[in-house]
Ligand binder design. Structure first.
Ligand code: GLC
Length: 536
């Protein structure tokens, strides 16, 4: 078995996602910025987290809060200057941390120079950089493709009499990745940042990059119900996960491989069997196709166990696993499953085999914040209101201390803060024995100090009901992880006769240090990590 030191940094370390608008505002305009992130790097460093991924910081009209890029090789003045970026990168590297940028190659902003040229006339050299089609015979859109953010995915352009395709907002036209010039331009964007020294990319909507070249209609989704997004009316058979997407991913990987030890992460919402194809042939695709099982599955021990085992079984040889618990597009974990279970979830995330990604604020147990109608910012909620698709609740400012606006800004925050910030904040929780932050600190330290937890083998333990259990092992050291995903007491009989183990960490501090023998009693909402001392 490979030793810990033979693993690469992106296999051993923990990824921390920063939503830059909400992390720390240094300028006082109510929106977070790069200087703010620099100010708070010690928080990340002190947690023992080594990899920082920052959501987009490029110039953008902010129709989709930075996921509509109008210049791929610059910094939005709202976030600072290129000098600030250089400083951030240097400060990150000085601390021996890594920086991952968000790359948004599927679509640009409609204000990007490329699109302005493309739409200027049918014979503009950049016309084919985007996806233009003639109207259907009745003058309507060329086919039935829908936008993720509501309505048709086709927008009519009066000047040239054609429609362009946008998988998201009409302000986010999709680039035509079948065009070699587009490929070259975006690969050069990657080289621009890699030359500067960034350590890798999280590629936005990787599975969207190529669409059917015959533009066939998507079939109806037989499982669609009214409470779902209208986008779910169709099965995305011809708009996403096209076979040719893998050629594009491998091109991106080749660029990343021109540099040493950089990482390519893909945002991909697909079932396991389709997801794993993004590792590519001979693992020459994405290093880490994001695995969102813990975000999309119901919080149910049996479903999660099945997903873990399916994933472990489906991974290609040498394909490195990864797990995500939350991000800027989904309700926060503490809100989704409750505060007590959020601790169990953190233990799961940090003891499963593979690279974990933590969403900023989850380490202090931040919850979704109620957003009134007047406060709504997210275009998804504006376009498809009232069915819970809004993403503002999980994008609210980081809670640093108990001063005004929790120390996030001296101005008016762009989104409201949680009412409980005077209690739920970094300063207050740092040294408090029973706080979420202290609990995270303990878990993080344990994971990073124990090769068995960091890179060790994973062996499932048979469980029933609300229990989930497995063993992580490396070089003769073994840890039993037992998690109670329910709120009643449970008994675990790990079927290991004569097992003896000592509890190292528990969600219930009083149980730490306890010795376990044969069967194990778990309190409601308890998760524990025990070192196996005697294993027949
Ligand atoms: C990704 C981003 C999301 C964005 C969308 C369009 O899913 O995570 O925030 O709205 O892509 O770029």
């Amino acid at each position: 078995m490979k030793k810990a030191q033979d693993h690469l940094w992106w296999q051993k370390e923990i990824v921390y996602q920063i939503y830059p608008r909400s992390y720390m505002d240094n300028s006082g305009d109510g929106v977070g910025d790069l200087k703010g992130i620099i100010q708070r790097l010690d928080h990340i460093n002190d947690l023992g987290i080594k990899v920082v991924w920052i959501s987009p910081i490029y110039p953008s009209p902010m129709a989709d809060f930075g996921y509509d890029v109008s210049d791929y090789t610059n910094i939005h003045p709202l976030f600072g200057t290129m000098d600030d970026f250089n400083k951030l990168l240097a400060e990150i590297h000085d601390r021996d941390l890594k920086l991952i940028l968000d790359l948004v190659p599927n679509h640009s902003s409609n204000e990007h120079q490329w699109f302005l040229e493309s739409k200027s006339s049918k014979d503009n050299p950049k016309r084919d950089w985007y996806i233009w089609k003639d109207p259907a015979p009745d003058g309507g859109p060329p086919n039935n493709w829908l936008s993720v953010f509501g309505g048709s995915a086709w927008e009519f352009d009066e000047t040239t009499g054609q429609y362009y395709y946008h998988a998201f907002l009409k302000e986010q036209p999709d680039l035509n990745w079948r065009n070699p010039e587009v490929q070259e331009a975006m690969l050069n964007v990657m080289r621009f940042w890699l030359d500067k020294g960034v350590d890798g990319f999280r590629v936005d909507v990787m599975w969207h990059l190529i669409k059917d070249d015959q533009f066939r209609d998507n079939p109806p989704n037989p499982e669609y119900t009214e409470n779902k997004s209208p986008y779910d009316k169709h099965l995305q058979v011809y708009t996403t996960d096209q076979p040719e997407v893998h050629d594009i991913v491998s091109m991106m990987r080749e660029v990343v491989d021109e540099y040493d030890e950089r990482v390519l992460i893909g945002e991909i919402y697909l079932p396991i069997e389709k997801l794993i194809a993004y590792y590519g042939i001979d693992n020459k695709g994405a290093h880490l196709p994001f695995n969102f099982q813990l975000v999309v599955l119901p919080w149910d021990a049996r479903e999660i166990e099945a997903a873990i085992n399916k994933y472990e079984g489906a991974l290609p040889p040498d394909g490195w696993p990864n797990w995500v618990l939350g991000n800027h597009d989904n309700s926060r974990i503490a809100t989704r499953i409750g505060k007590q279970q959020a601790r169990v979830a953190a233990m799961l995330l940090l003891t499963l085999r593979g690279t974990p990604t933590i969403y900023y604020g989850d380490e202090i147990g931040m919850e979704d914040v109620f957003i009134s109608k007047e406060q709504i910012q997210d275009p998804q909620e504006k376009n498809i209101p009232g069915i819970g698709l809004g993403r503002d609740p999980e994008r609210t400012p980081m809670q640093w201390d108990d001063t005004k606006n929790s120390g996030f800004t001296k101005g008016e925050p762009w989104l409201p803060l949680m009412k409980n910030y005077q209690e739920v904040n970094v300063k207050n929780q740092w040294d408090k024995e029973d706080s979420m932050l202290m609990y995270y600190r303990k878990l993080l330290a344990l994971r990073q100090n124990e090769p068995a937890l960091m890179v060790g083998d994973y062996t499932p333990v048979y469980t029933e009901g609300n229990l989930l259990s497995y063993i992580r092992s490396h070089s003769g050291k073994r840890f039993l992880i037992a998690l109670n995903l329910g709120n009643s007491e449970e008994m675990l009989d790990p079927n290991i006769h004569n097992l003896k183990a000592a509890v190292i960490t528990s969600t219930h501090i009083k149980n730490e240090g306890k010795t376990l023998k044969d069967s194990i009693r778990l309190e409601p909402n308890e998760g524990l990590i025990a070192e196996i001392t005697d294993y027949p």
